[in-house]
Ligand binder design. Structure first.
Ligand code: SF4
Ligand code: MSK
Length: 630
């Protein structure tokens, strides 16, 4: 029986049916087995912060337990649970960034890791106040990497990248005393403050969560993005394809899944190794086919055009095709279920990070010092597994769509600058973009980001909202699994301009860009912060003045919670298509969806119906335009 959440996605339906025939379980079976979710957890009123609990607050006022054993109210418990999610998300993004900074520290001219973009290295080093004059790029890279590593634990000072924000925004953060200091400090302090017997005031807990989230967006995530560009190159526009149809019947298929590009960059090199290609051919395959999923997929498609097999919820389906020789994972968003599932097929499930050892996987530790060697070993394992494929179990859906990916800030500016307004040739200007928004040709911009979540029909919310926005002349930038949903739906193509309003269509035609721009992985939401800050600064405005919004239609992870919080704290409204676990406190819910606006000029909107969500976004963008008088 088809699960109703899948109705929107016929490609996956075939494979779900196959899973049933093969006798294997998927997320849908587990969702059915879960029955109704726990009502207390759903509302965020379950606390297990100490062993006197768990304590659960009755949702009915005046009836049942209204306080935890320690006297914590529903408001406190909801606020603490929310804050701990933000801490978890910030930790994940930032620890990823720390690893990238370590890789930059060991980069060398003759090593596996090199500085691919010296110009960007110089630019970031100068921005961080380093003396670049006459320095050897590798000496400078190491100096910059050390400086970045200090951002995680420095005893004094605030995050360096905060200065990218408009001055008005920096002032708001200063006045609220929420400028993030060292990244690890913010995560630790938030965990401390939400420990039993510490903060109980929900207002102060939310402010601490906001400070921590800024350490993600303007700290860890921004470091992750910018330093990855220095090491692996600034993404440029390139063509690719997306959906499970990119899996090839006659090739050795390798799925790259997770988030950290350091391993996948080496796998890309290893897969081009002539000896390994020869080995694949000797064993009867036509070659090696790398495909990506989730944000590792986004990283390698942005820089190499590696095709996208799918997004978060398709990770099991890629194995169920029966044609996947290896699934190689690094960190984050990996179902532990893949281990058991892979054993039902010939697929080798290879985990590589000591931070994400997965029971039942083949563990090949990825060590940056022997990076290429390890990558070759992993690719070899996949090739040798080709002969074990059981043809009777193979079913590869034919569906795939063309997509253009790789719109870094630098690439967007180059496109706009060339075509829309030739009187300016400064690389750093976003004037053409500003001009079309102020002229009303574009009404505004939306960043649509985030995951898949079986609480909503898969990809439907992403695609419905994006289509509605572009129809109304709102340009859309996408990252994460939302970007992959858009790619699968054919929205990252020039042809998608036919779905746009007149203004956006004209911009697409003149600039030569699709109406929906793929800006990368989840940490790359920092690229969006950078872009909107340039627009605001150019007009002498704050971020909260701009007709721009953030949208996470199908989010599920703690990282998304951190993202939503830093987006709002940066002055940009965040529309969530899945309601977070906060509704057990009317007061905290009101703080998020109402009270925050007075403090930071933006707030959360919870709207699960995608059509209604799009309407609210459009109304909010028009409201901002009216305030600006444009
Ligand atoms: Fe219960 Fe308080 Fe302990 Fe939470 S911290 S489990 S509310 S006693
Ligand atoms: S991968 S965090 S499911 S977007 Fe970044 Fe997708 Fe969400 Fe993971």
């Amino acid at each position: 029986m088809m699960h109703e959440a899948l109705e929107f996605d016929p490609t996956s339906t075939n494979l779900i049916d196959k899973a049933e025939r093969d006798g294997v379980e998927t997320i849908w079976d587990r969702k059915d087995a879960m029955k109704a979710p726990c009502g207390f957890g759903e509302k965020g009123v379950c606390c297990k912060n100490c062993a006197m609990g768990p304590c659960r607050i009755s949702p009915v006022a005046g009836k049942g337990a209204q306080l935890g054993l320690c006297g914590a109210t529903a408001d406190t418990i909801v606020a603490r649970n929310f804050a701990r999610s933000v801490a978890g998300g910030t930790a994940a993004h930032s620890d990823h960034a720390r690893d990238i900074a370590h890789v930059l520290l060991m980069a060398s001219e003759n090593g596996n890791y090199k500085v691919r973009d010296v110009e960007k290295l110089m630019r970031i080093a100068a921005e961080w106040g380093l003396d670049t004059e006459g320095k050897d790029p590798y000496d400078l890279a190491h100096e910059l990497a050390e400086r970045a590593l200090l951002e995680f634990g420095k005893p004094f000072g605030k995050q360096i990248f905060l200065s990218r924000a408009p001055e008005q925004r920096q002032k708001i953060w200063q006045e609220l005393n929420i400028e993030p200091r060292a990244i690890d400090r913010e995560v630790t302090t938030l965990m401390h403050s939400t420990h039993i017997g510490c903060a109980s005031d929900p207002e102060s807990i939310l402010e601490m969560a906001m400070r921590t989230s800024l350490a993600d967006g303007w700290g860890g995530s921004m470091i992750g993005t910018e330093f990855s560009d220095i090491l692996y190159g600034v993404p440029t526009a390139r063509g690719t394809e997306a959906n499970l149809g990119v899996i090839e019947e006659k090739m050795v298929n390798i799925l790259l899944h997770g988030h950290d590009p350091s391993l996948s960059e080496m796998i890309v090199l290893a897969a081009e190794d002539p000896e390994l290609v020869k080995l694949a051919k000797e064993l009867g395959a036509e070659g090696i086919n790398l495909v990506g999923m989730c944000c590792t997929g986004n990283e390698v498609t942005m820089r190499h055009g590696v095709r996208i097999a799918g997004n978060f919820y398709q990770q099991e389906l890629a194995v169920i095709t029966g044609a996947m020789e290896a699934v190689i994972v690094d960190v984050q968003c990996i179902f532990p279920a893949l281990a058991r599932l892979s054993q039902c097929y010939h697929t080798k499930f290879i985990s590589t990070s000591p931070k994400a050892k997965i029971e039942g996987s083949t563990y090949i530790e990825f060590n940056e010092e022997h990076a290429l060697e390890t990558a070759k070993q992993i690719v070899r394992e996949a090739i040798l597994n080709y002969k074990n494929r059981d043809q009777a179990k193979v079913l590869i859906p034919q569906t795939k769509n063309k997509a253009v990916v790789g719109y870094s800030v630098e690439t967007i500016i180059k496109h706009l600058d060339k075509v829309v307004n030739s009187q300016t040739d400064s690389f750093n200007t976003v004037k053409p973009l500003v001009d079309v928004i102020w002229a009303g040709v574009l009404r505004g911009a939306a960043g649509v980001v985030g995951c898949n979540n079986p609480k909503v029909k898969h990809d439907k919310s992403h695609v419905t909202i994006i289509k509605e926005l572009i129809k109304n002349d709102i340009i859309v930038v996408v990252t994460g699994c939302a970007a992959q949903a858009a790619a699968k739906a054919g929205l990252l193509t020039m042809e998608a301009k036919e779905l746009c309003g007149r203004g956006l269509r004209e911009v697409c035609e003149r600039v030569g860009i699709p109406p929906v721009l793929h800006m990368g992985s989840c940490v790359d939401i920092s690229r969006i912060l950078d872009l909107v800050s340039r627009v605001a600064k150019m007009k002498g405005l704050d971020l909260s003045d701009l007709p721009v919004v953030g949208v996470a239609p199908e989010w599920m992870s703690e990282k998304a919670m951190a993202i939503g919080t830093y987006v709002v704290t940066s002055g940009i409204d965040a529309f969530l298509g899945v309601t977070p676990h906060v509704t057990g406190s009317a007061r905290f819910t009101d703080m998020l969806t109402n009270g925050l606006e007075e403090k930071v000029g933006a707030k959360f909107f919870f709207e699960e119906d995608p059509e209604a969500c799009a309407e609210k976004i459009i109304a909010r963008i028009e409201e901002k335009r009216a305030k600006l008088g444009i």
